[in-house]
Design a protein around this ligand. Structure first.
Ligand SMILES: Cc1cc2nc3c(=O)[nH]c(=O)nc-3n(C[C@H](O)[C@H](O)[C@H](O)COP(=O)(O)OP(=O)(O)OC[C@H]3O[C@@H](n4cnc5c(N)ncnc54)[C@H](O)[C@@H]3O)c2cc1C
Length: 378
């Protein structure tokens, strides 16, 4: 049974955010900026965020040439260009809130590898994309950097396309910095608090969290609830609006001497990605090898995919270097059909936001801002 004090001061809130990943924390911050006096609580089921935000590759990327050419077929040119611009706007907002040194943000640029078996990107393709993006960026976003292929030591790569505007950061330090920022503003984050159900009433929304210590559910209440659970599929969200889960697998090497490559790299329409982190390589992807099997919200590793990642590491990225794997892990991404983020009302007092589609580092700040607008406008 809860005490009077607990009910009065701890359970009653103005806004509750369910899910404490990048999007949930960004939304809480935006709500606080818009309503400084609001009592805001973030409920996170994990000991720390446990979905995508602390398990990603930390690439602050917004546009890859091949991926954009394929996205344009899906979304149309203007929508694809606008989405790229929104990612950059989101990243700029993040960097205005948290210093580059706290994020360990480095503007090392992004590259796309076109391998021998891929179709070549033509000058015409890059001209088309640069013209499409020019109104949003005021400069050419893509250029060839084929001279870097040998300098980086890649094998089996015939073209390298460079985007100088992309960067990378430390995903764990990003979450720590967001915690510090929102704590300082008076937003509370409770971890280990898995929301079991949500009930919307005329005057409030009730949010139920099981408490094994008390042996009963704790009933929180709020004027508005924002749901930021990505693709982890809690039962309190309509299935139709849920993003589809896609497991992403990653490995990181031990430190090595004389690592030549710096920056974020993608190939195969974003299915493979790698970056340097200090003197290590972080490499992820391979979901395309088993799309059905990897459409899961269960953490875990798949031997076939891990073997392929090692092959990519040894045959394409570092063909002449002895390198050892230090760690492997997985995280759960959320995907929508058209690759656009979702921000929508589920009721008068409930709204959902999904950053989605493997680009949350740059997009979650702006998506959180839009979700916060819904939560404070009522
Ligand atoms: C392997 C991998 C690599 C990636 N690389 C990049 C990259 O380089 N660049 C990039 O921009 N993006 C990348 N992404 C995507 C990016 O990490 C996501 O877009 C972003 O983190 C999504 O944030 P989120 O807050 O929406 O979701 P999440 O981080 O998944 O947060 C959702 C939270 O909700 C919580 N939750 C779920 N159910 C409940 C419940 N019932 N009660 C309470 N809490 C609940 C979960 O524990 C979780 O912490 C990558 C993702 C993965 C998996």
């Amino acid at each position: 049974m809860l005490s009077y004090w607990e009910k009065d001061a701890l359970c009653a809130q103005d806004v509750i955010i369910v899910g404490g990943g990048l999007l949930g924390l960004s939304t809480a911050l935006s709500v606080k900026e818009k309503s400084p006096r609001a009592r805001i609580l973030v409920l996170e089921r994990g000991v720390f965020p446990t979905g995508a935000s602390t398990r990603n590759a930390g690439m602050a990327c917004f546009a890859k040439a091949c991926e954009m050419l394929s996205d344009i077929k899906l979304q149309g040119g203007e929508a694809a260009a606008k989405l790229a611009a929104q990612r950059v706007e989101g990243l700029n907002l993040l960097r205005s809130r948290i210093s580059d040194s706290a994020l360990e943000y480095e503007n090392l640029g992004g590259y796309e590898l076109i391998r021998n078996e891929d179709n070549e990107i033509t000058n015409g393709d890059l001209k088309f994309l640069n013209e499409l993006l020019h109104p949003h960026f005021d400069q050419n976003v893509f250029q060839f950097k084929n001279e870097q292929i040998d300098a980086f030591g890649f094998k089996g790569v015939k073209q390298l396309i460079y985007n100088p505007l992309e960067g990378q950061l430390h995903s764990g330090k990003l979450i720590s910095a967001l915690w510090r920022l929102i704590n300082a503003l008076g937003v509370r984050v409770i971890t280990g608090a898995e929301v079991k159900s949500i009930e919307e009433n005329t005057n409030n929304v009730e949010v139920f969290v099981n408490s094994p210590v008390l042996g009963e559910d704790i009933r929180f209440s709020a004027g508005q609830v924002g749901i930021c659970t990505n693709a982890l599929n809690p039962s309190f969200i309509d299935e139709v609006i849920q993003p589809k889960p896609g497991r992403g697998q990653v490995l990181i090497t031990k430190e090595m001497r004389g690592l030549k490559l710096e920056g974020s790299f993608h190939f195969n329409e974003g299915y493979y990605y790698f970056r340097n982190h200090e003197n290590r390589i972080l490499l992820g992807g391979g979901r395309n090898l088993d799309i059905d099997g990897e459409s899961t919200s269960e953490f875990g590793l798949n031997d076939q995919i891990q073997a392929e990642l090692e092959k990519v590491l040894h045959e394409i990225i570092l063909p002449d270097t002895k390198v050892e794997i230090d760690q492997r892990w997985s995280g759960i991404m959320g995907f929508t059909e058209n690759k656009m983020p979702i921000v929508d009302r589920m009721g008068k007092r409930r709204a959902v936001g999904f950053t989605c589609n493997g680009m949350g580092v740059s997009l979650s700040t702006l998506t959180g801002e839009k979700l916060a607008e819904l939560l404070v406008s009522k």
